[in-house]
Design a protein. Structure first.
Length: 156
């Protein structure tokens, strides 16, 4: 698993005052791909490579070509540390684990669930904004039904 810099790292503490820190990590089933992505990120961070965007097509083709050597597993987790509503220390960790190469479906299913709500007329919000609070966990997870993806929420 590798740490990822995503908007949630700032959005969660802003929305939930008890949240003190957020960690988001994701990983793919083939170590070569995972390590390659990590190494590429460091080349950009160290300014040895201005951007990885021009390499996108090439890297995607390479990733697809080595995919058969992977195990088809991937996953992600979001860990929140802070205080619960009762003022006591609380840590929540939400995990999604995918099999059968179903992991790439994980990031797009929030958009699918939002599109369904919009089409059904049950989504009142309009315009560009973070979707935090527009979906329940259940609505999101319903979009994953039929895929080899399991979800768990751990609380400490």
């Amino acid at each position: 698993m590798a740490n990822c810099d995503i908007p949630d790292l700032q959005l969660f503490p802003a929305r939930y005052p008890g949240v003190r820190s957020v960690r988001f990590s994701a990983g793919v089933g083939l170590r070569l791909t995972q390590f390659g992505t990590w190494a590429l990120s460091w080349l950009v961070r160290l300014s040895l490579l201005r951007s990885a965007v021009p390499l996108t097509d090439f890297l995607h083709r390479r990733a697809v070509s080595v995919e058969p050597f992977g195990d088809g597993r991937s996953g992600m987790f979001v860990r929140l540390d802070g205080q619960g509503a009762d003022g006591q220390p609380l840590q929540l960790c939400w995990e999604l684990l995918a099999q059968n190469n179903d992991g790439p479906n994980i990031p797009c299913m929030a958009a699918v669930a939002l599109a369904r709500k919009l089409a059904a007329g049950t989504l009142q919000a309009r315009g560009a904004m973070p979707c935090l609070g527009l979906l329940s966990v259940e609505e999101y997870l319903a979009e994953l039904e039929g895929l080899a993806i399991v979800s768990a929420l751990r609380e400490r």
